[in-house]
Design a binder for this molecule. Structure first.
Ligand code: NAP
Ligand code: MG
Length: 405
């Protein structure tokens, strides 16, 4: 069989623990036999991040900017416990995803992989609902304080020009708690652009919701900037593709989402996205089936699984056990990246390969071959057998080989 050719490399970011093990297996069984894989490899595994003082993460993000497409394995974000587990760490390195997101100025879109024999908790959901969460500011970059006597709180902005603006926040007659929040026009606009661009790329409607009836100025700015970007830069493309941009109050959006069939992107402010993405993921079934793609305003994309490094399985693997860790979201990160590379470079064979890889996964699952986490989720009566990750990948490879023949 002649291998499928690539022209431009994709950025490959390796990671940690069980997902690092799956990463190597996916390449060996599903990619290297079929594709003349061209990647720029960056090892974001914790030991190598430590050795390079995290420079490798910055280099990988910059390479992504240059090449336009990346695929990333899950990585450990060190905490106190990890510092004990990896005594050689010289610092509690920051979350790689945070570093990459800051450099690419991107928005993360999370979507479930939907199967006909695993029904979401919400019966009428037929197609995935993709959540786009704004990842800057509001409560996540706020200042807070507690006061314990009567008094008045004001908020003052001092412009570089010397101009000042002061507001009376509240006068209180006893102890109180306060919070100062902000966002920037630049960040909101980049968020809006990423959302419109991704809606166009994936040909899905875009919904956006805030609480602008109460937060008239703050949320009002979000609504205004989205509306302005839409009218100025995206309406014509949306019209041409038959897509809709739909703004509604968040209360109304929640009700409509529950009654919908799915199949659209729901853009949300930072806190709303944090909460709603967990609800959507759980209602669709399994964390192991959630994919994630970071999209810059210019269309640069970094694909990954939403789940972490599956530490508990890794410790069993280290003891010599064959684990049944679900590789679906990581495979779909690869197929997503290869399809995007194919589209950008006009390589139809590469795009078709990504589609066939996904189809081979669905065929395998439809044949009842799946990892153990899914066995408990299938409809009653569906014949499902739980197998190891390796057996699952072999079964996919066999079907992929047929599709490519
Ligand atoms: P996790 O790795 O997502 O795993 C949590 C649990 O969810 C697992 O123990 C497993 O449950 C189940 N699970 C998740 N993915 C699965 C899969 N593919 N197949 C089967 N089961 C799966 O979360 P965590 O244990 O909280 O975090 C572990 C490490 O990942 C942390 O160091 C964290 O920093 C990192 N992390 C990285 C990213 C990222 O790079 N994007 C995201 C989140 C977390 P059972 O054990 O019950 O089978
Ligand atoms: Mg959350």
């Amino acid at each position: 069989m002649k291998k499928i050719q690539m022209t431009t490399p994709i950025v490959e970011m390796d990671g940690d623990e069980m997902t690092r093990v799956l990463w190597a297996m996916i390449k060996e069984k599903l990619l290297l036999p079929f594709v003349d894989l061209k990647t720029e490899y960056y090892d974001l595994g914790l030991p190598h991040r430590n050795e390079t003082k995290d420079q490798v993460t910055i280099d990988a993000a910059n390479a992504t900017k240059r090449l336009g497409v990346a695929v990333k394995c899950a990585t450990i974000t060190p905490n106190r416990q990890r510092m004990e587990e990896y005594p050689e760490l010289t610092e509690m390195w920051k979350s790689p995803n945070g570093t990459i997101r800051a450099i690419l100025d991107g928005t993360a879109f999370r979507a479930p992989i939907v199967l006909p024999f695993i029904h979401p908790v919400v019966k009428n959901w037929e197609a995935p609902i993709t959540i786009a969460r704004h990842a800057y500011g509001d409560m996540y970059k706020a200042v807070d304080m507690v006061t314990d006597e009567p008094g008045t709180c004001t908020m003052t902005f001092k412009g570089d020009s010397g101009a000042e603006k002061t507001l009376n926040v509240q006068t209180v007659r006893g102890p109180a708690v306060w919070q100062g929040q902000h966002n920037t026009e630049e960040s909101i606009r980049a968020f809006a652009k990423s959302c419109f661009q991704y809606a166009i790329d994936t040909k899905q409607d875009l919904w956006f919701s805030t609480k602008d009836t109460i937060s008239k100025v703050y949320d009002g700015e979000f609504k205004r900037i989205f509306g302005e970007e839409y009218e100025t830069n995206y309406k014509a493309k949306f019209d041409a593709l038959g897509l809709t941009y739909f703004y509604t109050l968040i209360d109304d959006a929640v009700a409509r989402v529950i009654r919908s069939k799915g199949g659209f992107i729901w853009a949300l402010k930072n806190y709303d996205g944090d909460v709603m993405s967990d609800m959507i993921a759980t209602a669709f079934g399994s964390l192991a089936m959630m994919t994630s793609v970071l999209v810059s305003p210019d269309g640069t994309m970094e694909f990954e699984a939403s789940h972490g490094t599956v530490t508990r399985h890794y410790y069993r693997y280290l003891k010599g056990e064959q684990t049944s860790t679900n590789p679906m979201a990581t495979i779909f990160a690869w197929s997503g990246a290869l399809k995007r590379r194919g589209e950008l470079d006009g390589l139809d064979d590469l795009t078709a390969f990504g589609e066939k890889l996904e189809a081979a996964c669905f065929d395998t699952l439809s044949a009842g071959i799946m990892t153990k986490d899914l066995v408990g989720l299938v409809e009653p009566g569906f014949p499902a057998t739980g197998v190891t990750s390796e057996a699952f990948l072999d079964a996919i490879a066999a079907r992929l080989r047929e599709k490519l023949a």
